[in-house]
Design a binder for this molecule. Sequence first.
Ligand code: HEC
Length: 127
Amino acid sequence: MPLRLFLMSACLCLRAGLAHADGEAEAGAQVFKKCGACHTASEPVNRVGPSLMGVVGRPVATFAGYGYSDAMKAFGADGKVWDENLLAEYLLSPKAVVTGTKMSFAGLKKPQDIENVIAYLKTTATK
Ligand code: HEC
């Protein structure tokens, strides 16, 4: 293929890639509506569930002032941190990962939704 065409298509791919990275967090904000009945991620305020502001990278069951279940406290007792992998497992099936959790949410079925909601949660870290 002529060099000019090659450069053009490489450039298009790159731009699509960048747009995708933004789109994930945006799509994740939509997915987060499912969590919004019980959680906020835009304020450090506890509702039915703890605030999820800055939850990516936060140690399990440590948000100030929230009354976690014994199950969640035991799950975090060894110092586990909500990294992306642990969140992905948990959000697929909360009760399978933390037996006895009081988070009554069945889980997100689509891997894409899980990825997107984590991308969104990463944007909520306290500055
Ligand atoms: C029906 C209410 C409800 C819904 C809907 C819900 N959660 Fe929760 N969530 C809770 C409760 C209650 C807890 C505390 C669990 C415990 O202490 O056992 C919790 C805990 C968590 C934790 C652990 C936080 C910490 O500080 O250790 C994460 C992460 C979480 N939820 C993410 C989500 C996400 C993401 C969604 C949406 C996909 C969601 N939750 C939907 C009620 C809910």
